[in-house]
Design a protein around this ligand. Structure first.
Ligand SMILES: *[C@@H]1O[C@H](CO)[C@@H](O)[C@H](O)[C@H]1NC(C)=O
Ligand SMILES: *[C@@H]1O[C@H](CO)[C@@H](O)[C@H](O)[C@H]1NC(C)=O
Ligand SMILES: *[C@@H]1O[C@H](CO)[C@@H](O)[C@H](O)[C@H]1NC(C)=O
Length: 186
């Protein structure tokens, strides 16, 4: 082995070590820089609860209507919601903001919805928005959806939220527990 080759070997080993160590450092980024646990409550309009409802079916497949979710896993339904967000699981706790957006039932052979919504927070602790997008396989105990960005206190934040169905009453009420984990803060 010539001197030159040996130098290259040493340089190569050094670069490999550098790459490995930065890969390990990269792993550390999987630790959230900020966490929040919040609940939101969805009361679906069913023809009788207009005063109390917080969400409305706005699209339905042929043959179904906007009062009752369609058969076949609700495929083709779209609901728009303006739900209260609370710090605990009590519907009647003082809201800290609103969860606003829509869910689209987009799977024909199981219950899955596509969620696109914002947490609009306005409390003494938090001011700003957090924007969520992704598939929600409703029947799974825990599901992850993307947090694609934020504003205000959450300026340039990104992460993942773990969603759990905390309560479910017929086709009228459900409550989701949202464990927000930001992996990029600012
Ligand atoms: C509104 O709906 C929820 C869920 O169905 C229920 O628990 C609550 O008592 C209702 N409130 C009123 C004022 O009807
Ligand atoms: C909506 O569809 C459901 C289920 O097919 C039916 O029971 C209900 O009467 C319909 N409501 C209206 C307002 O058409
Ligand atoms: C936030 O809450 C405060 C106090 O209740 C209110 O004055 C303000 O208008 C709210 N801001 C928004 C954007 O809703």
């Amino acid at each position: 082995m010539g001197g030159r080759t040996r130098e290259y070997c040493i340089l190569f080993s050094f670069l490999t070590l550098l790459a490995l160590s930065s890969a390990f450092q990269g792993k550390k980024q999987y630790k959230p820089c900020k966490r929040l646990v919040l609940y939101f409550h969805d009361i679906i309009y069913n023809g009788k609860n207009a005063a109390n409802a917080t969400s409305a079916i706005v699209a339905a497949p042929e043959g179904a209507n906007l009062t009752i979710l369609a058969g076949q896993f609700h495929f083709g339904n779209i609901a728009v919601f303006d739900d209260p967000i609370t710090l605990d699981n009590n519907l009647h706790s003082k809201p800290v903001g609103r969860a606003q957006g829509l869910y689209v039932y987009d799977t024909k052979n199981t219950f899955t919805a596509w969620l696109g919504f914002a947490f609009v927070l306005n409390s003494t602790d938090h001011q700003g928005t957090i924007n969520f997008l992704g598939a929600d396989p409703i029947l799974a105990k825990r599901r992850d959806i993307s947090i694609v960005g934020g504003t205000g206190d959450f300026f340039m934040h990104r992460g993942v939220a773990t969603i759990m169905t905390d309560a479910f009453e017929g086709e009228v009420y459900f409550r989701l527990r949202v464990h927000i984990k930001f992996y990029e803060c600012w």
